[in-house]
Design a protein around this ligand. Structure first.
Ligand code: FES
Ligand code: FES
Length: 167
């Protein structure tokens, strides 16, 4: 199969890569663009390790064709934040032990980010539901839920400091 020039917008940057039409988005991200945060766990849409955001919605990149996402906003875990400017979601997982071996963590952080962007004050049931497509073999999940709660508190504190003063 011939390679074709494909333009992907990833973490706010336009990237051009030469790929075959059947190139999986996970492989394009990891091997063509060097963004190795997204992980290959099961390769059959069961574990959530490979999740990325497409226009803000979580998507499993192990079952997505890269060429289908030209013109869409793709966000990987690297795009959430970095050293010195961590997203509250990343801070939560770091502070509350939500990452142990860390293999599942990028997928959990992507699912958490999507949840809190659309619902900054979720119930416990909503948190469990939003993370139900992600599997973790290390933590027993409680630390992950605590990580999400930490992120919620950080976001709440941040929006309180940004709220305009009222008389
Ligand atoms: S690697 Fe994609 S869901 Fe497991
Ligand atoms: S931290 Fe190891 S699989 Fe989740």
């Amino acid at each position: 199969m011939n390679k074709e020039l494909t333009h992907l917008r990833v973490n706010g940057e336009e990237r051009e890569i030469a790929i075959t039409p059947n190139r999986l988005l996970l492989d394009a991200l990891r091997e063509d663009l060097g963004l190795t945060g997204s992980k290959r766990g099961c390769d059959d849409s069961s574990c959530g390790c490979c999740a990325v955001l497409i226009d803000g919605t979580p998507m499993l990149s192990c079952v997505a064709l890269a060429a289908s996402y030209e013109g869409r906003e793709i966000t990987t875990v690297e795009g959430l934040g970095g050293p010195g400017e961590l997203d509250p979601v990343q801070e939560g997982y770091a502070e509350m032990g939500g990452a142990q071996c860390g293999y599942c963590t990028p997928g959990f952080m992507i699912a958490t980010k999507a949840l809190l962007d659309r619902n900054p004050d979720p119930t416990m049931d909503e948190i469990r539901e939003a993370l139900s497509g992600n599997l973790c073999r290390c933590t027993g999940y409680m630390q992950i839920y605590e990580s999400v709660k930490y992120a919620i508190e950080k976001l709440r504190a941040k929006s309180a400091t940004q709220a305009p003063a009222t008389r």
